[in-house]
Design a protein around this ligand. Structure first.
Ligand SMILES: [Zn+2]
Length: 409
């Protein structure tokens, strides 16, 4: 998979990993000088691979490889180039550089297809800077919310100011949106970020849907008191109540198919070893590939928590902080991916994605599909993120077969 002057996938990954806001770890947020540098580098690789490259009005980098004639609708391939704080080097980046290598292979073979191929590196998927995800892909899909421009980063810089400083004009953002007639499908290759493929001893899998998520903040108000003087049966201990709630949450989620629940943050007040906790606050992250199941579980959770709090004479306050519907990948793309797996000699395996991806936003614009690659121990959003080179090769072969055999609907 080498073109003259085109670095290998591994070399590209290593080069991108060096472009960081922090010398000791990988952090690359939206609209920073590192974002600019990465776009320049990726644009250069796109050109070497035979594409015409440009930066769109939201800061995505796009490359286009024309088909049999100029201006045909495109099969779009890509992922994101931004990172979380202290990231791994494969999340997002691997999908972009693999796609560039696929186009380079077409160019090397002198192959033009009955459609154009575009590669896109999305500018912001993680939402690290402005706490709003999918900024790049939403702009392309035409669903970018202009109110987001007023959001502030941790230094009180608004997204609008940051765009100005980066050299982008906010008035042009609507022009980042692509027409449905221009894009036939979007395919994203991404590391799984979970342990399922590894568990099944598989290099790659086909994503069926991207899970929907609900996030809640739960507050339990009991009564603080002296740890020595208040008998157990007279207490309204907020932490013991919260503990019972958390165990119950797990029980309810376990009883529902394709559902996971996580309590990732908890705090108590007053927080002293000799004081009964009067106040407990925790988050609930609930995900399911089926919207109806997620909503049913959410209702069950609320009822169960209320019951526990009533029994323990504590007050319950529930606030919903986030809600996103699950997104199905397109059957047409899934079928063509299945074909590409078989033709390149890899067993097909279907799995849902528990994490969000640009694919979810892109499904408002076009037909979508995803290839997941195995990653070591399922670790992601961490420097320990790791993939096997033979799996990267598998991803490349599968993606190339998919492109070569792609049939627009
Ligand atoms: Zn990602």
């Amino acid at each position: 998979m080498m073109n003259n002057n085109l670095p290998s996938i591994t070399e590209m990954i290593e080069a991108l990993a060096l472009i960081s806001e922090d010398k000791n770890l990988l952090t690359r947020r939206y609209l920073t000088s590192q974002h600019k540098k990465v776009n320049e580098l990726v644009a250069e690789w796109m050109s070497v691979a035979g594409m015409k490259a440009w930066q769109d009005p939201i800061g995505n980098i796009v490359g286009r490889y024309e088909g049999h004639e100029n201006g045909l609708p495109a099969l779009m391939l890509g992922s994101h180039l931004d990172t979380v704080v202290n990231a791994g080097k494969y999340d997002g980046m691997l999908g972009v550089v693999t796609a560039i290598h696929c186009v380079a292979s077409l160019e090397r073979q002198g192959k033009r297809l009955p459609f154009a191929v575009e590669v896109i590196g999305f500018a912001d998927e993680e939402g690290t800077r402005f706490k709003s995800t999918y900024l790049g892909s939403k702009a392309v899909a035409g669903t970018f919310d202009l109110d987001t421009l007023d959001r502030l980063d941790s230094d009180e810089i608004s997204m609008k100011e940051a765009l100005d400083k980066f050299g982008l004009n906010t008035e042009n953002i609507p022009n980042a949106a692509r027409k449905k007639s221009e894009i036939s499908a979007y395919l994203e290759l991404h590391i799984e970020q979970g342990p399922v493929l590894e568990e099944n001893n598989l290099a790659a899998g086909i994503v069926t849907e991207i899970a929907g998520a609900t996030r809640l903040t739960i507050e339990i108000i009991g009564k603080a008191g002296h740890a020595g003087t208040v008998p157990l049966h007279l207490r309204q201990d907020a932490l013991v109540t919260a503990s019972e709630c958390i165990v119950k949450l797990e029980k309810i989620a376990k009883a529902s198919a394709n559902t996971v629940v996580t309590v990732g943050e908890i705090s108590i007040k007053p927080g002293a070893s000799n004081v009964i906790p009067g106040h407990a606050k925790f988050t609930v992250d609930l995900r399911s590939s089926e919207n109806s199941i997620r909503k049913k579980v959410e209702n069950e959770l609320q009822q169960a928590l209320q019951e526990i709090c009533t029994n323990r004479k504590a007050k319950l306050i529930t606030t919903k902080t986030h809600s996103a519907e699950s997104t199905k990948c397109s059957n047409n793309v899934i079928k063509q991916l299945e074909n590409a797996f078989v033709k390149s000699g890899y067993p097909t395996y279907f799995l849902p994605s528990g994490a969000g991806h640009d694919t979810a936003a892109m499904s408002d614009l076009t037909e979508t599909g995803m290839i997941f690659l195995r990653c070591r121990d399922g670790i992601s959003h961490n420097p320990a993120e790791s993939v096997k080179m033979e799996d990267v090769e598998a991803g490349f072969q599968i993606m190339l077969k998919f492109i070569e055999n792609f049939q627009p609907l």
